[in-house]
Design a protein around this ligand. Structure first.
Ligand code: ZN
Length: 239
């Protein structure tokens, strides 16, 4: 991508079309079990969309903009965002209803998220940031935090980052346990012990604690791997 190009969508290279192949599929021979022409067209569209996404991925896209066609609804996501998944599941999104619309109008298409590089994402104006994946392309967005009582820390919080109320990391939660301890005066009291990768902390069960309200590193890595397997070089199509 050169500097003179406007920020925005990564332009995919033209996808070579096998026009003859499409015509054959859409005009089944007499007496032969016909491939449904709409199904055949859907397959063709999916293949084109797949090529477009794969091309953008190869050009270094790290973010995606959904609802690009409606400026007021544009939203920026990290590519591995869970809420982006239904948009990238190219076959599943062609529901029976969408197929019917395609039947009535062969030019009907479902909007595809625009995959963009970090540089392009920084140049976008008037785009909202997703609350699930916190794209933070400018490095200035406040990290989403979730506030809960110390007694509310459960096993499903393991892997999440415990933080101060202003978002400073106290380490990734490794385990937590509520236990009864004797204080200096021999009084027994309930204590919640939270062990992170950085330290061990003790809280009263009703103390407020904060965690980063974001997917765990493990989850993000799993999704990135999945994306790479789907759109990365050297992988067979898995749409
Ligand atoms: Zn998102």
């Amino acid at each position: 991508m050169t500097r003179s190009e406007p920020a925005g969508r990564v332009r995919p290279a033209p996808v070579p079309q096998d026009a003859a192949g499409i015509v054959d599929l859409l005009t089944p021979a007499r007496g032969v079990t016909a491939v449904d022409p709409v199904d055949a067209l859907v397959e063709q569209i999916i293949a084109e969309e797949y090529d477009e996404l794969r091309q953008a991925f190869a050009e270094g896209a790290e973010f995606a903009v959904t609802h690009m066609e409606t400026p007021s609804e544009r939203m920026l996501h990290r590519l591995e965002c869970a809420s982006l998944e239904p948009h990238l599941d190219l076959r599943a999104r062609w529901s029976a209803g969408h197929r019917r619309r395609l039947h009535d109008d062969r030019t009907y298409r479902l909007p595809l998220p625009a995959l963009v590089t970090r540089e392009s994402a920084r140049g976008l104006s008037g785009v909202r940031s997703c609350k699930v994946c916190w794209p933070n392309v400018h490095g200035t967005e406040a990290r989403p935090l979730r506030k809960l009582q110390a007694r509310g820390i459960r096993s499903h919080h393991i892997g999440h980052v415990l933080s101060t109320d202003d978002g400073l990391s106290l380490g990734t939660i490794v385990r937590s346990a509520q236990q009864t301890e004797a204080d200096l005066f021999g009084e027994r009291r309930e204590v919640v012990e939270i062990v992170t990768t950085a330290r061990t902390m003790q809280y009263s069960p009703s103390d407020h604690v904060f965690i980063w309200d974001l997917p765990t590193d493990e989850e993000a890595i799993r999704r990135k791997t999945q994306l790479f397997e789907r759109f990365g070089p050297g992988f067979a199509p898995t749409f």
